[in-house]
Design a protein around this ligand. Structure first.
Ligand code: PHE
Length: 450
């Protein structure tokens, strides 16, 4: 028999956990680098508009379905389906979501391992252990395997403690720490020479670029990945919210926190890049494009830190510590997706489920590491560019077309009796039915041909 279901004990706990899931490498690494290479403030503007108009409605669909069913995605989608046939489609969507969440974790753990290794490397430098420091940043196979494994063990440790004692407790500790670290780093970087140039790029929009299809697609994908949508993560977190809570307000708050942290991270990364430029680090190619867009954090930033002497080492440790925390509060939300399914559908004990599934995902990460050149990019692209938008589209169809509208309203009324009179209920049902699916389909088609 499965144990009683966990529940978040407080509103704060849920917001920290869901915001912890949303805020991750996508916000602190993905968003600012994309902003830097897509017209700065123009990208910021488009991102803000899309996050509120597209990502928030899909987030709400996942939260409402999850809380209604108080169950994993597979069972939840089956339950809201009107016919046995659509129920089978629901089960398939849920299962694909579980596989995709696990695959995302398998590459995420590798990147998170680099963050830990880079942080430790600066620590080793500080202690004068230069050979160790060099090895830590060499991306060697043994190092990659080791730090991926350490990161997976931390994720497994937290998830094995369950919803209240693991997810909620650790998110509530780590998220405030992340905020403090982020704000202190921003304050420091803004004092560096050259930082103001970065600030200008970030805040003065180049409107010609704001309207380019490439930028809009990039901003959409970024918003979607950033809010952890499509793979059932938010659905399962929604399923742990108490019936007394006001879902529309909670979803809005999570969106707000996620976006604010991405925007704040822009105040760190763009000024840091231009500070690096001012201290002689090359950040643009001859053609004016950003060099090493994806690996920016591992190339440009360490070079900047190394021009700053002792202070640079401390800033570097703090920065990579920040990245590791952000990654951890996201990775736990990914692992919870298959774990909740195994517990609820197969009656496995939590600890057993966590160790088996976490172990399998670590093996998948090791396979990716052993075949890095062929697999890494492939898994990232398939999961984030194709699977996430397509699954998001399915959630819109379930919430907008298949689930009975009065059941949705009943669910929303639980923590918010006046919801039927509010703006949300006037716009959202129609919006999730037509606007979201069309836009997501458009991104998908674009990314196939673009
Ligand atoms: N939102 C996370 C980030 O920004 C990534 C993520 C995707 C988390 C899917 C959970 C599920 O890094």
């Amino acid at each position: 028999m499965a144990a009683a279901r966990g529940e978040f004990s407080s509103r704060f706990g849920f917001v920290m956990a869901a915001a912890g899931s949303a805020v991750g490498l996508g916000n602190i690494w993905g968003f600012p680098t994309q902003a830097a290479s897509n017209g700065g403030a123009a990208f910021l503007l488009v991102y803000l508009v899309l996050a509120f108009t597209l990502a928030y409605p899909v987030l709400m669909a996942e939260l409402i379905i999850g809380r209604f069913a108080h169950s994993n995605a597979v069972n939840a989608l089956r339950r809201i389906s009107p016919t046995p046939a659509s129920g089978r489609v629901g089960v398939s969507v849920g299962v694909v979501g579980i596989v995709v969440a696990s695959l995302i974790l398998s590459f995420y753990a590798i990147v998170a391992g680099w963050m830990i290794a880079f942080g430790l490397s600066s620590g080793a430098n500080l202690l004068g252990m230069n050979a160790l420091a060099d090895w830590l940043t060499s991306f060697s196979l043994s190092g990659n395997l080791l730090f991926m494994g350490i990161f997976m063990l931390m994720t497994i440790g937290i998830i094995s403690a369950g919803v209240g004692g693991g997810i909620e407790r650790w998110s509530a500790r780590l998220m405030p720490l992340l905020l403090i670290t982020l704000v202190s780093l921003v304050a420091y970087v803004l004092t560096l020479e050259g930082a103001m140039d970065g600030l200008k790029v970030y805040l003065l929009p180049d409107f010609e670029r704001a309207l380019s299809p490439k930028l809009i697609i990039a901003a959409l994908g970024s918003a979607f990945f950033s809010l952890s949508l499509g793979v059932g993560t938010m659905l399962i977190y929604g399923s742990y919210i108490s019936d007394r809570e006001n879902l529309t307000a909670l979803g809005g708050l999570v969106t707000l926190v996620d976006i604010s942290i991405a925007v704040t991270a822009g105040f760190l990364v763009l000024p840091a890049m231009y500070a690096a430029l001012a201290s002689g680090v090359q950040i643009f190619t001859e053609g004016g494009a950003l060099i090493s867009e994806d690996t920016l954090i591992f190339t440009v930033l360490p070079e900047l830190f190394s021009t700053m002497g002792l202070a640079g080492l401390i800033v570097s440790i703090t920065f990579f510590f920040l990245m590791s925390i952000a990654a951890l509060t996201s990775s736990i939300s990914m692992l919870e997706v298959p774990v909740a399914f195994a517990i609820e559908e197969y009656g496995l004990a939590r600890k057993k489920a966590v160790f088996i599934i976490g172990g399998l995902i670590a093996v998948a990460s090791a396979v990716i590491l052993l075949n890095f050149d062929t697999l890494f990019g492939l898994v990232v692209t398939v999961t984030t560019r194709y699977a996430q938008p397509l699954l998001g589209l399915c959630f819109c169809i379930f919430a907008g077309w298949l689930w009975r509208r009065d059941a949705i309203l009943q669910e929303l009324k639980k923590g918010n009796p006046e919801v039927a009179q509010g703006v949300f209920w006037k716009i959202w049902p129609w919006y999730i039915r037509f606007v979201c699916p069309v836009i997501i389909a458009a991104i998908f088609v674009q990314s196939l041909w673009g």
